[in-house]
Design a protein. Structure first.
Length: 76
């Protein structure tokens, strides 16, 4: 339970910082802190300004596919 809470807090702080920076951020946290969730939250906030460019290693494409169901805006 603590781990999920920590991931949510880190995601919230990252998203808040990204919004203050007008979406221009580099997310480079340790593994397991929810970089995918953070990026989806930030991208969803700026939905009106899409398209969005997200650069990530090809090894995470499967993680993005799994998490994309959590972000309905990613499908439109």
């Amino acid at each position: 339970m603590f781990c999920l809470y920590y991931v949510c807090v880190v995601a919230w702080h990252t998203a808040s910082f990204a919004i203050r920076q007008k979406g221009r951020v580099l997310i480079a946290d340790d593994m397991g802190l929810g970089k995918t969730l953070q990026a989806l939250c930030i991208a969803s906030y700026y939905r009106a300004e899409w398209p969005v460019l997200i650069i990530a290693p090809s090894s995470v494409r499967f993680a993005w596919r799994e998490v994309s169901c959590l972000a309905p805006l990613a499908h439109s």
